[in-house]
Design a binder for this molecule. Structure first.
Ligand SMILES: Nc1ncnc2c1ncn2[C@@H]1O[C@H](COP(=O)(O)OP(=O)(O)OP(=O)(O)O)[C@@H](O)[C@H]1O
Length: 234
């Protein structure tokens, strides 16, 4: 199952945040989503989720609008940067509510809590969670319904080195299982180790959509290749 963007465009007043993106994010590999601050990555992901309406064009998951699915969490799991979890709710109750809304069995909540390493703290109110624990809870939510597509906005944000390494392994494993994994990050060295394929945007426009090996070309690091692509001065 793929994520496809068809001439996807979003305008906020005078700002063209996303400018005619045509793209297919394919299964079986980790696709990194890169671009400078304000390039339009989060806006694109919000439109894929149906949280923001395109000015024109379409964003589809498995050939359909994400919000047209009866149980969307079973099609795609997502983590957005500012994950809204009620601070007075425990992590476990948050996941239980998500599970029930998509007819996912309760026992799956404890399974994903174990996968993300939150079993011991899941009965604490989420307001007491560290940034890294919040990220892990968001990832647990994305994995909850065992979806074929995962879309994660800056998942390593706030994670310690063990957490960063864990995410890398998790994303690689999910792609190896044949899932579609679409992940944004500003950490280029981490992306170099994690992604098979890269999509790079700047000012809302597609700058590259190519395998990591092709993007790296003769460059020693992804950072060098990225600066050449985006024109950002090193
Ligand atoms: N709700 C909004 N109203 C007005 N402008 C917005 C809104 N959301 C985003 N923008 C603008 O759209 C552009 C793209 O922003 P977006 O957050 O998608 O970029 P990004 O690539 O995710 O950036 P970052 O790397 O900083 O997260 C920016 O110019 C931003 O200021």
């Amino acid at each position: 199952m793929s994520i496809t963007l068809e001439k996807l465009t979003k305008r906020y007043g005078p700002t063209l945040a996303v400018d005619g993106l045509d793209l297919a994010v394919r299964p079986g590999r980790v696709t990194g989503f890169l671009g400078p601050n304000g390039a339009g990555k989060s806006t694109t992901m919000r439109m894929v989720l149906g949280l923001d309406r395109p000015t024109s064009g379409r964003a589809l998951v498995g050939g359909r609008a994400y919000d047209s699915y009866k149980w969307p969490l079973r099609e795609m799991g997502a983590l957005l940067e500012a994950k809204a979890v009620h601070p007075g709710r425990t992590g476990r109750n948050h996941l239980l509510a998500m599970a029930r809304s998509n007819a996912v069995p309760d026992r799956r909540v404890d399974e994903v809590l174990a996968v993300v390493g939150l079993t011991d703290v899941a009965r604490r109110r989420s307001g007491t969670h560290s940034l890294g624990m919040g990220q892990r809870l968001g990832i647990a939510g994305a994995l909850l319904a065992d979806p074929p597509v995962l879309m994660l906005d800056e998942p390593v944000n706030g994670l310690d080195p063990d957490g960063v390494r864990w995410i890398r392994g998790l994303l690689r494993d999910l792609a190896a299982e044949g899932r579609t994994v679409f992940v944004s990050s500003h950490l280029l060295s981490e992306m170099q180790m994690t992604a098979d394929h890269l999509v790079v945007i700047g000012h809302g426009k597609l700058l590259a959509d190519a395998p990591m090996t092709e993007i790296m070309g003769g460059h020693a690091t992804l950072e060098d290749a990225y600066y050449e692509l985006t024109g950002s001065a090193a």
